[in-house]
Design a binder for this molecule. Structure first.
Ligand code: SF4
Length: 365
């Protein structure tokens, strides 16, 4: 097998058929649970019906790869509290508006008069701060290593005094380790392409060695996903536990040194609470002391409290930990839909429940 490197052949049916034959040859003859940690991977799998090409017994679950889904209720509560403060503009990504907090979503806070604005980046929030010097503009920063460098660049770029960041960035490798502690059935990881562009394929080597688990970095085209799954099955067949890069056209072994350097200068690694999982040591990013004047928690003196994580009946914690699929939840498609989400996995483009709802029938496991 060779990596898919020619962008003009990424949707070649002949290559897809060849990969499907390879997958059938690699059929393990038993149940094998593989996990990816990226909503974009889940969308590619569901949209293109890729589960139908997997050998019998090969199951692919979405783990904690949706940044909206894993943002803790306590952090949502802090964001809502800040948004309701007088003369505060709360800026964040669109998917965050409808994630349930303990009492309100940001969208409901906006309906109560809060100035909540959707932005595409931290830089947009800085622009809003410059345009509104009499207001305090808070950027609610969520996401993994993919979005953290942009927040770091803004923090290091002398933003205006009326700008601050409510930082909820998280790191993927410690979450993979936490998942393995909780879910011993997992036998391989399809590592996320976007995150890996930043941290590099080498970032998973310790995980693979320590837990003797295969890790394959995969891209997002259907052939990328099939190729990465084939490499995982091949490792399992051969009794290997290595890191392989099936997305070399975007991911380098060392990642993006400049982005990593920005993150290192702006943030320190801290323990973080993941919705559905709990506290994972060294899995979050906090703003460094020398930049604390831009840390919204310190500026406004707000501390994260605790909050009920999920509404009764919602099985998001199990979905996030790859112990259940969306259709295992009795609320899926009935009480819980994208128009009236009950839990965070039904909100936004990267949540497993929202993706399964969007693409209709239950994708075969
Ligand atoms: S369908 Fe809704 S209630 Fe059920 S797990 Fe998904 S988000 Fe939670």
């Amino acid at each position: 097998m060779t990596a898919v490197t020619d962008p003009f052949r990424l949707r070649d049916p002949a290559r897809a058929e060849k990969l499907a034959r390879t997958l059938r040859r690699l059929a393990p003859g038993r149940t094998v649970k593989l996990v990816h940690v990226c909503g974009t991977h889940e969308a590619a799998i569901a949209e293109h019906g890729l589960r139908s090409l997997l050998p019998e017994g090969v199951e692919v679950y979405e783990g904690p790869g949706c940044p909206v889904c894993v943002t803790s209720t306590a952090d949502i509560n802090v964001a809502v509290k800040l948004a309701l403060e007088k003369d505060v503009v709360l800026c964040t990504f669109g998917d965050m508006l409808r994630v349930p907090g303990s009492e309100l979503t940001l969208e409901e806070a906006r309906a109560q008069g809060a100035d909540v604005r959707v932005v595409l980046s931290a830089a947009d929030a800085v622009r809003i701060a410059r345009e509104n010097p009499r207001k305090e503009v808070v950027f609610f920063a969520v996401g993994f290593e993919t979005t953290a460098p942009a927040t770091a660049a803004v923090l290091l770029g002398s933003p205006p005094h009326n700008f601050s960041v409510l930082c909820s960035h998280k790191l993927i490798p410690p979450a993979l380790e936490a998942l393995l502690r909780e879910n011993t059935a997992v036998e391989g990881f399809l590592a996320p392409g976007h995150v890996s562009v930043i941290i590099g394929a080498d970032a998973y080597r310790e995980l693979a060695r320590k837990h003797r688990i295969p890790v394959v970095v995969g891209g997002f085209e259907p052939l990328d996903v099939l190729y990465a799954v084939a490499l995982l099955l091949k490792q399992l067949r051969d009794g290997r536990a290595e890191v392989e890069n099936a997305y070399p056209r975007a991911v380098r072994p060392e990642g993006n040194p400049k982005a990593k350097e920005l993150m290192g200068r702006a943030f320190e690694v801290v323990d973080a609470v993941w919705r559905g999982i709990g506290t994972i040591p060294t899995s979050g990013l906090g703003i460094r002391e020398e930049l604390s004047r831009f840390d919204a928690r310190k500026k406004f003196g707000v501390e994260a409290g605790v909050g009920m994580e999920e509404p009764p009946g919602c099985r998001c914690p199990e979905v996030i930990m790859a112990k259940a699929v969306p259709t295992d939840c009795p609320l899926f498609g009935t009480a819980c839909t994208p128009l009236s989400p009950v839990g965070p996995c039904m909100v936004g483009a990267e949540g497993a429940c929202a993706i399964w709802y969007k693409y209709g029938e239950r994708p075969r496991l």
